[in-house]
Design a binder for this molecule. Structure first.
Ligand code: ADP
Length: 189
């Protein structure tokens, strides 16, 4: 299974992507986790992206595309979480998967309102101390989502491959809705 999961910050993407990875036995490829790990390790990549992450800005497309190309090179299946976040990234992903003859099986969209997203992120910021869960950075991330990532959602919606799920339900209900949607495509665990 090659699955893409889209949705705003605070939509529960990470939680659901981990569950999907478990159920369908594919790796969870989360760009935010990869970048935060690089920052924690103090690698060259980490030093370059640390201030970007802190502000809630986006890492340059070319850097992200190279990172994903390398990460997906040897994978047959995956749940991709956090990429693509811009139309150029989506174009690069399509071209990459096309080239190796491994198209996406499903594109999931977790829908939540900005109010719910904001409330969840402020709660997480207080609990986990993620620097980009500070109010200004959250607002910046949601603004970038609407401006740059929603066109990616519309691109997949236009292709008819988008499966939208209500992300405001309780976690288990969202998981069930996702599994139902994937099974309607004929996905096997
Ligand atoms: P969230 O979706 O809650 O913002 P993530 O963990 O997915 O959290 O991403 C954290 C940060 O990592 C983003 O705010 C951004 O700075 C960077 N990032 C992750 N994925 C990408 C991407 N595809 N393109 C550019 N920047 C990215």
């Amino acid at each position: 299974m090659r699955i893409l999961i889209l949705g705003p910050q605070g939509s529960g993407k990470g939680t659901q992507a981990r569950r999907i990875a478990d159920v369908y036995d594919v790796p969870h490829v989360a760009t935010g986790d990869i970048l935060r790990r690089a920052v924690a390790e103090g690698s060259e990549l980490g030093e370059r992206v640390a201030p970007i992450l802190e502000r809630g800005d986006l890492v340059p497309d070319d850097l992200m595309v190279d990172l994903i190309r390398e990460r997906l090179a040897d994978e047959d299946g995956f749940v991709l979480d956090g990429f693509p976040r811009t139309v150029p990234q989506a174009e690069a992903l399509d071209a990459m998967l096309d080239e190796i003859g491994k198209p996406l099986d499903a594109v999931l969209l977790l829908e939540v309102s900005d109010d719910v997203a904001l409330e969840r992120l402020l709660g997480r910021g207080a609990e986990e101390g993620r620097p980009d869960d500070a109010p200004d950075a959250i607002r910046n991330r949601l603004r970038l989502y609407h401006g740059l990532t929603e066109p990616v959602v519309e691109r997949y919606r236009g292709e008819g491959t988008l499966l939208a799920v209500d992300g405001e339900q309780p976690i288990d209900a969202v998981s069930t809705a996702i599994e139902d949607a994937l099974e309607s495509l004929g996905a096997r665990r």
